[in-house]
Ligand binder design. Sequence first.
Ligand SMILES: [Zn+2]
Length: 760
Amino acid sequence: MKKEISKAFESVSKEKEIYGMWEESGLSNPDTMESYLREKDIAVKKPFTIPLPPPNANANLHIGHMCGYSFQDAMGRFNRMTGHPTLLLPGKDHAGIQTETSFTKILKERGIDKWSMSREEFYKQCYEFSMKNAQNAREQEKNIGLSADYSREFFTLDPRLTKIVYETFYKMFKDGLIYRDKRIINWCPNCKTALADIDTEHEARRGIFAYIVYPFIDESDRARAKEKFGIEGITVATTRPETMLGDSAVAVNPMDDRYKEFVGKKVLLPISNREIPVIADEEIDMELGTGALKVTPAHSPIDFEMGQRHSLEIINVIDEDAKMSGNVPERFLGMGTVECSKSLVKELNALGLLTKIENITHEIAVCERCNTPIEPIISNQWFVNVKPLAEEALKALEKGDTKVIPSGQQRALEHFLKNIQPWCISRQLWWGQRIPVWYSGGKKLHDWLRENRGKDISEYTKETGLEVNGTGEIYIGENMPSDTSVTWEAEQDMFDTWFSSGQWPYSTLGGIEGEDFKKFYPAQVMETARDILFFWVARMMMLGIYVTGKTPFSTVFLHGLILAEDGSKMSKSKGNGVEPSDVINKYGADSLRLWYFSDALPGSNAPVREEKIKGNRNFVNKIWNASRFILMNIDETELDMVSKYEVDSNLPRVIKTKDHIENVSKYLENYKFNLGAEAIREFFWHQLCDIWIEEIKGEIKDEAIGSEIRIAKLAELLLILKENLKIMHPFIPFITESVWQELVALKLADGILMGKQISK
Ligand SMILES: [Zn+2]
């Protein structure tokens, strides 16, 4: 047999070949791994599980996804190599609003208007679109070396998962946690959907600050005001004059001496000519504007709360298209909000009721997807009272059942849970899981009866002119109820996407009855990005404990945020994104992985550093070259003897190697990836290559081929190389497996490195 080892490590072709071999071995499947361990007579430890965050199936993966996969895979491989049948459970997320937005855009580019399609057709095409993206994402995951069990992969709209999501909804309904309510919601007039607070962003925009006088009704009040303020009313300042048409009060701080005497008095709302009261509320900031605030419960979340406290009337004046509607003077009906604001400013000015107008830049809430300013409106939505769930999640954190790395993020999570707000779970989308509710006689009737307690259906018919066939009751279930004597209207709203992904850790294991659930729940680790700590991790904890009684994972590891080279956030529009496939093709997957381990630490921001990745490639090449050198030094006639030689475990170099492996293992067990990555490089390069290989070269240089000393020394060197390959494998699986396979080809090793056990 002639020894032939290629001179350089060709990452592009080698990585594909190696991944194929791993797939063929089936060891990513924990059941296969377990049988493998038993066959080899290795003690089987308890399973190790990470439910992998399912990326959105609406685009290719970015460099941030690859970061997560690198950490998850390193943890998975290390556990697999220390006796744990390991499940890295992969999947793809349907990502409700985000996918619907991207796919709608794609349709538009093709000249197709979404609203001209049927919902069913849209759903079908969007599904195909998602499946294509899922396929691409899967390939990318494999490119970074992810050893996930693809036989257990799920898409979040899989009927098996939907069934479990529905069961949770039914349970919550039975427990009285689900309710329908008129609430102020964030409404995106462009996407036509309700958004949770965390689906919105804040942006600085130009606007106006208008000072408007609301004159007092009483003559004596007007006189007092004139004396005090120089005008006959109270001046309010607002950035949105158009909302004044829906005002129910003017609020001042009870401690504010300027206004104390006017609390309880009435003012005339200009233009609308409605009388509204002056109320006192401690939340009012005396320093802001004039210290007097107009209160519009229907169109501001803060005012809505205030309205609740003071039982103020809710007057809707802006509709879901961001047009003026309802009880407003006719000339404003149907106007856009900006146009209405301008008209009002003009009219108020003519009336002498506009005292000042300032141009300002202020923070406003915008839709996270399309940047359209959010319109807070009153709407009927489905809510979950998550308070009791949050309390349990908080307990799990306090008891240490779940620990968050870094600890600063644990405090942030605790704060979020302590201040949790009701969760609006309905979304006006076409893409997702339909909320399984049916309305007898229609949704409108149900909401009307709920809002008009004490009134009956005949009054509904009288007021709305609508004939109904039903009771206004609801039925909870996936399929239409069998009672056909009434007309059933299906709820068209979809679940918030986090309502399904929040159940990921147990729904993917078959729910609480599943065989996999019994084996793999709870998971040991949740590894994800910190920007979805509240969106996702908090929800998984709340829902997990609620449904299963156990927190879904014991450790939450939040890797750092990957940024563009200049330290700014990567974004498509800025064009400063880094394509993971470019980096992998150029430097190899291992080099990229090593960079993540050193730079993307929990709590950090990591601007992409190409120089560092390039430097990592030098290390990868060093491993190849040094290994090649060791192997080339073994004469073909010595191979058999070297492979069979029993190396004394008390040799100083062997002991030192063992200590090193123990060290790195500890780093991995304690999530100190940067220290581990540094240690393997330091040891391999500066201990093994720089010192020991040179030493051994000297020790055998005068020995004849086949001599006992040569065999002993070469066997020692081989053992050290193999142990190094094993401990480096979780970090840099491709190069280490490639070298291992060279050993296998020379019969100096067997099997595949991925399944080997790290000797601690
Ligand atoms: Zn939007």
